[in-house]
Design a protein. Structure first.
Length: 161
């Protein structure tokens, strides 16, 4: 048999496929190429390596928490206070003059010229069940009606008187 008679192309193809399979197996089974693998013994070096602590920070955002204080309720007039740590939306006022509001935190809304029934309906804009949505109606500085809801997308509806 002469070396020129051997099918070199099919043999080279088979060797290439086997090499690719071995490399893929090593890669996917944790054998190297920068992937996670079991710890190996550190390499021995005759060059001294400086010892110390290295602190690496990757993608850490700076978060500033601002504490807000509840607004003071005035001693006169009619007011609706809405309290929720997340976002809320709703409406308040006299049936003939309903105002819409959308906000978050602790908000105080004046009901101008309130001479009759005052209504307020607010809803959470998220699925949180850990925090209450609280709505209070104040008249001349005193709380006259109060309700809260902690359910997901909870709604609070109150009216006075």
């Amino acid at each position: 048999m002469d070396l020129g008679d051997l099918p070199w192309l099919p043999i080279a193809a088979i060797i290439g496929v086997v090499a690719v399979v071995i490399i893929a197996a090593l890669f996917f089974l944790g054998g190297g190429f920068g992937g996670e693998s079991s710890p190996a013994a550190p390499p021995v070096s005759s060059t001294p390596v400086p010892q110390g602590t290295v602190q690496v920070t990757q993608g850490v955002a700076s978060i500033t928490v601002r504490e807000t204080t509840a607004p003071a309720v005035p001693a006169t007039g009619t007011w609706v206070m809405v309290e929720y740590i997340g976002s809320f939306k709703g409406s308040y006022g006299m049936p003939s003059d309903i105002q819409n509001a959308e906000n978050s935190g602790i908000r105080l809304y004046e009901v101008v010229n309130a001479t009759g029934t005052v209504k307020a309906e607010f809803q959470k804009k998220d699925s949180s069940t850990k925090h209450d949505l609280t709505v209070t109606i104040y008249q001349d500085g005193k709380a006259v009606k109060f309700a809260k809801n902690s359910s997901a997308y909870g709604i609070v509806t109150i009216q006075y008187p």
